[in-house]
Design a protein around this ligand. Structure first.
Ligand SMILES: NC(=O)c1ccc[n+]([C@@H]2O[C@H](COP(=O)([O-])OP(=O)(O)OC[C@H]3O[C@@H](n4cnc5c(N)ncnc54)[C@H](OP(=O)(O)O)[C@@H]3O)[C@@H](O)[C@H]2O)c1
Length: 436
């Protein structure tokens, strides 16, 4: 029986899940791959802490570089996170002839191309299913099951922390700040939540999905990113009243030889499946020319779900790269010489409907003034909602527009902000139709 020797970098949350899974399901893994997977070495900063795991027979020390060079290691699993030293270590492992599996979305989204190049030069595989949506097998779905299709669009709820916060705000009627504090207490949000709530984590994942869907280098820096900090409980209540939910969506669409890439809070209709994805769950909706609409839903993070994806990649390597097939899996689906950079459309040119929230003094003529600014910019109004009346204090006014260009909407916002009767910075949320 072939033995596959694994070296692991890091012994954090996901790594501990990988150790448990390799041990608990060893027999299933052996029967499904014909290979015995043996964890032989772990490099970690605190090798004296074993977290109650059975680490007998595993070399455990602080020398992470040694893991990438050890001739007794066939595959390196990178579970340190971040760019440095992860990038250096993954290059080193590939250059030393190891296949690599990682869960590191920041690394793949920002440094992926250099790493794929090194993998190619060394005829090794670099797999990263766990980097997007945890246990949800979305990379495999796009790269393998949907491989024959032209992908038209991808919509994803890719950050459990944001989805949890938006769900709790709606269900409990709490503010963003209160809900974030609760999420931090429960361990659903980091002490520094910016990566999550400012949309960066979602954008890393979107860059990876778009790269695989359209055979293009990951283009994280071209993504238009907005997070959820500015969403108020009032926005959530308005959305509910109007038959919508607010979701932080990662959106990628292919059109006119280019791609649209954005991460934004978005209004989705209550009848859509995406609106029903609640709490810490992730979901991805893919529209493809032959397959039609498909949806993938599940746990996007956590020790066990993420370990499931990491070990799934290890098993792929066992079956393909190292097994009788001998073929490598190309990281971005297409053969390397077919990779091409795609132009990214300017968000200002997008056309859509908008939810516009203003805080206004309810004086005679205010509505006319606002409507005139919108009309001047070519924006027509679908509906107006106002609650409360006050000549002294600002009251919320919500306007839903018909389709208009984002550039015209932004120009209107600049003018609206200057009105004496508009008391706070206006907020727009895009409305996304046509979702399953
Ligand atoms: N957690 C999830 O649910 C999840 C889901 C999907 C993907 N991921 C990805 O999986 C990766 C690991 O995440 P995690 O949640 O398991 O992180 P974690 O719990 O913070 O674990 C990271 C581990 O790496 C160690 N480490 C960090 N820098 C190191 C260095 N320079 N040398 C040696 N060891 C070092 C840490 O040691 P110390 O404890 O001493 O710092 C810790 O043991 C990340 O890329 C993350 O984005 C995580």
């Amino acid at each position: 029986m072939t033995e596959l020797r694994i070296g692991m970098l890091g012994l954090g949350t996901v790594a501990r899940g990988v150790v448990s899974l390799l041990q608990r399901n060893a027999e299933e893994i052996r029967q499904r791959t014909g290979v015995v997977m043996r964890l032989v070495r772990i490099g970690t900063r605190e090798p004296h802490i074993t977290w109650g795991l059975n680490l007998d027979g595993i070399t455990l020390d602080t020398d992470v570089d040694a893991v990438t060079q050890d001739p007794n290691v066939d595959i390196v699993v990178e579970l340190i996170g971040g760019l440095d030293p992860a990038e250096r270590l993954v290059h080193a492992a590939l250059n030393h002839g190891k296949h690599v599996v990682t869960a590191n979305k920041a690394l793949i989204a920002q440094k992926g191309m250099g790493l794929f190049q090194t993998a190619q030069e060394n005829q090794r595989s670099l797999l990263f299913e766990a980097a997007v949506a945890g246990a949800v097998p979305i990379i495999k779905a796009i790269r393998e099951s949907l491989a024959a299709n032209r992908i038209e669009s991808i919509h994803g709820i890719l950050n459990g922390t944001c989805n949890y916060i938006l769900t709790e705000m709606r269900q409990r009627g709490l503010s963003f700040t209160e809900t974030l504090a609760q999420a931090q207490e429960k361990g659903y949000a980091e002490a520094d939540p910016s990566f999550d709530v400012d949309g960066i984590d979602t954008a890393h994942k979107l860059a990876i999905l778009a790269a695989i869907a359209w055979g293009t280098p990951p283009n994280f820096s071209a993504i238009h990113i907005e997070g959820i900090r500015q969403i108020t409980d009032a926005d959530i209540a308005w959305a509910t009243e109007m038959g919508y939910r607010i979701k932080l969506l990662a959106i990628a669409k292919y059109r006119d030889g280019g791609v649209e890439l954005r991460v934004q809070p978005t209004l989705v209709t209550l009848s859509s499946m995406v609106s029903q994805v609640e709490g810490v769950f992730n979901a991805v909706f893919v529209k493809a020319d032959f397959a039609g609409n498909t949806m993938y839903h599940g746990r996007g993070a956590g020790e066990q779900p993420t370990a499931s994806a990491v070990v799934g990649d290890l098993m792929d390597l066992a079956r393909h790269a190292m097994g009788s097939g001998g073929g490598r899996i190309h990281p971005l689906s297409v053969l390397p010489h077919y990779l091409r950079a795609l132009p990214v459309h300017d968000v200002a040119d997008l056309v859509g409907e908008y939810y516009l929230r203003l805080a206004v003094l309810d004086r005679p003529g205010v509505l006319a003034e606002i409507a005139a600014i919108l009309a001047k910019n070519g924006i027509s109004i679908d509906a107006i909602h106002q609650k409360g009346r006050s000549l002294q204090e600002a009251v919320p006014l919500v306007i839903v527009t018909h389709e208009c260009r984002e550039r015209d909407m932004r120009n209107s916002l600049l003018e609206l902000e200057r009105l004496e009767t508009v008391r706070e910075k206006p907020l727009i949320i895009r409305m996304e139709s046509g979702l399953v």
